[in-house]
Structure formats: structure tokens, C-alpha cells
Write a protein that binds this ligand. Structure first.
Ligand code: AMP
Length: 110
């Protein structure tokens, strides 16, 4: 938990959100400003600023984020049509919220 981190506050329930999936490692919720028909954010419970701050011990978290994204894509029936998985890294990479998250984006053909 990091003070003044929006995603930590969402994870802790200080800011209301609807989780479309959650487990011990991560939560998922819809992006408030979707760039496509499907735009889900996959967010680990552990506060990690960006990809640059990942440590070797975080391997399991990253794997789980990707595998849960795969499962959610299938559940939302966008697996066959295809989708994007995006990490923005720091300001120059378009990152606005400095708590690592994976964007699952797709559903254009729906
Ligand atoms: P990034 O640019 O990778 O840091 O992406 C941050 C994303 O968080 C943006 O796509 C925002 O639309 C999204 N976002 C910001 N605030 C919220 C919120 N309260 N609930 C859901 N998504 C949010």
C-alpha cells in the first residue's frame, strides 16, 4: 500500500470500483476511459511503480497477470478475434498511474 496511489486505494476499497475478477494476487476492473469495446485493467495487489521496478521475486505476479488476461480474453470471447496486452512504462511510455497494470484491449469486431 502506497499513500496517494489511486490503484492502491481502489484495491483497498477506499475508492469504489467493481472488480470483474480478483484473487490473492491481483484485481481486474474496467478502464474508466475505455479505448475499445473491451478495456480491462489487470492490477496486482502489491504496489510496484512500473516495469522498471520489478524484482526477480515478482516473476509469479507478472506470469499471473498475463495468464489471467488470457483467461479473461477467452471469457469475453475476444481471444479468437485478437487483442492487445499493453504495459505503459513511465511518463515517456504513456504511464499515468504509477502502480503497475496491464491493459487488455480488444473487441473491435463485436
Ligand atoms: P496508464 O496510462 O497505463 O497509466 O493507464 C492508466 C489507466 O487508468 C488509464 O487508461 C485511465 O483511463 C485509467 N483510470 C484512471 N482512473 C481510473 C479509475 N478510477 N478506474 C478505472 N480506470 C481508471
Amino acid at each position: 500500500m502506497e499513500n496517494d496511489c489511486l490503484f492502491c486505494k481502489i484495491i483497498n476499497g477506499e475508492i469504489p470500483s467493481t472488480f470483474i475478477f480478483e484473487n490473492e494476487t491481483l484485481v481486474m476492473f474496467n478502464d474508466i476511459n475505455p479505448k475499445a469495446p473491451v478495456h480491462v485493467l489487470i492490477v496486482p495487489r502489491k504496489h510496484i511503480r512500473s516495469i522498471n521496478d520489478l524484482e526477480d521475486e515478482d516473476t509469479g505476479i507478472v506470469s499471473e497477470m498475463i495468464l489471467c488476461a488470457r483467461d479473461k480474453a477467452k471469457e469475453l470471447s475476444i481471444d479468437k478475434s485478437g487483442y492487445k496486452l499493453i504495459f505503459h512504462v513511465e511518463k515517456g511510455g504513456g504511464q499515468e498511474i504509477f502502480h503497475i497494470h496491464l491493459h487488455l484491449i480488444g473487441g473491435w469486431d463485436k
